[in-house]
Design a protein around this ligand. Sequence first.
Ligand code: ADP
Ligand code: MG
Length: 202
Amino acid sequence: MDLGADLRAELVRAVAATIERHAEELTTLDQAIGDGDHGLNMKRGFEAVLADVANLSAKPWPDFLKGVGTMLVMKVGGASGPLYGTLFMGLGKDLPAEPTRADLVRAFRGAITAVQARGKSERGQKTMLDVLIPVAEKLEAGVVDTGAITVAAHAAADATIPVKAVRGRASFLGDRSIGHMDPGARSSALMIESVAKVLEKA
Ligand code: ADP
Ligand code: MG
């Protein structure tokens, strides 16, 4: 097993543990402005990824990420399943087998563009993109401090609270979506935090 496989397995374990730990919170957020399934959806998805961690992490980065994305599409469901699936599959599609930091930043932006195309969505509509896009901008600006990335991700999720939802189920509520954090923005920030923590030690 090469170092890459260890790191990939650790990333899966870290993200799955974070989602498990916060599943109830994500569900509560989705109860306020959606249908209350986001925590359960994400938990189901990452439990499936975790169950297949040995097989997935043995694959090189592009196939690993595509495998994770495919699993999320199959298992998460809802709107977030296809969208997070697209994110991870997009990362895998754009990444060389031995990625540099620059490759990673480029692939992250490409994957976000794919999510936008799939969701017909953009920044400012109270979705996961409101976290993913500012994080991509930080990375593109050359920020390497994982702590700063984590802070930016959580600040971006917090910033969805006063926003009116324009996409997803929450948009059905119109002005009543104002005053609640977007569940997908929260799950994105949590995933970014756990990835950052693992990469910091790598
Ligand atoms: P569902 O809304 O089908 O119940 P989830 O509850 O699992 O699915 O996920 C909801 C999250 O998905 C939202 O909080 C939002 O962040 C994200 N989302 C929904 N629609 C879109 C979209 N068109 N573009 C980007 N993100 C979206
Ligand atoms: Mg939901």
